[in-house]
Design a protein around this ligand. Structure first.
Ligand SMILES: [Zn+2]
Length: 188
């Protein structure tokens, strides 16, 4: 055995050892990855887990929300061409109990209602708004969200349920932006 073969032999041994070490390290990292993904999301006191607010679909399924929409629709006097006007309000969720409550806004005008200033509800945040479109589709009115509705809903950052003569339309994000975090009003 010449010197060169000895060097080659040693080099091969080192390469083999390094290879198995790498495999062990990869295995360990893989296991670590599995542990992390099983336990995610990783939360701490300074970075609390984001808690999801109800979705537009869930809101639509809630009896108290449906009742509020129907009450607002009735109050909109859709059948009276002189008196018909938009109505609306805010939907809140208690951040601890998750209980839903509803507050009504002052009556709106024929084709608008102002939902910019939700009143405060204790321990709750706004998770949705609702309003009516009482002007008849048979007269060419758009029952769904208007261009203004869409931009206002994006700014508010919560789903918007719209009751019209052909049913309920949905606009805005699917759920409160940022979950149940932030101040008592709209998300920042
Ligand atoms: Zn509207």
């Amino acid at each position: 055995m010449g010197l060169l073969s000895i060097v080659k032999g040693v080099a091969g041994g080192i390469a083999k050892a390094a290879g198995s070490l790498l495999k062990t390290a990869q295995q360990a990292l893989g296991d670590l990855g599995k542990t992390f993904s099983k336990n995610k999301p990783v939360c701490s006191a300074t970075a609390p887990c984001p808690r999801l607010a109800v979705t537009a679909k869930e809101l639509r399924g809630k009896a108290e929300v449906q009742a509020a929409l129907e009450k607002a629709w009735k109050d909109s006097q859709a059948g009276d061409s002189a008196k018909r006007h938009e109505e609306g309000g805010w939907i809140y969720q208690n951040t601890t109990t998750r209980v839903i409550t509803v507050r009504r806004a002052p009556a709106g005008k024929q084709a608008s209602v102002n939902l910019n200033s939700p009143p405060s509800v204790a321990d709750s945040v706004v998770v949705g708004v609702f309003h009516t479109h009482p002007n008849p589709t048979s007269e060419g009115w758009n029952p769904g969200p208007s261009k203004d509705d869409r931009s206002i809903d994006e700014r508010h950052g919560v789903p918007d349920l719209i009751r019209a003569d052909d049913g309920v339309h949905v606009s805005g994000p699917d759920t409160r932006r940022g979950g149940l975090t932030g101040g008592s009003g709209f998300p920042s």
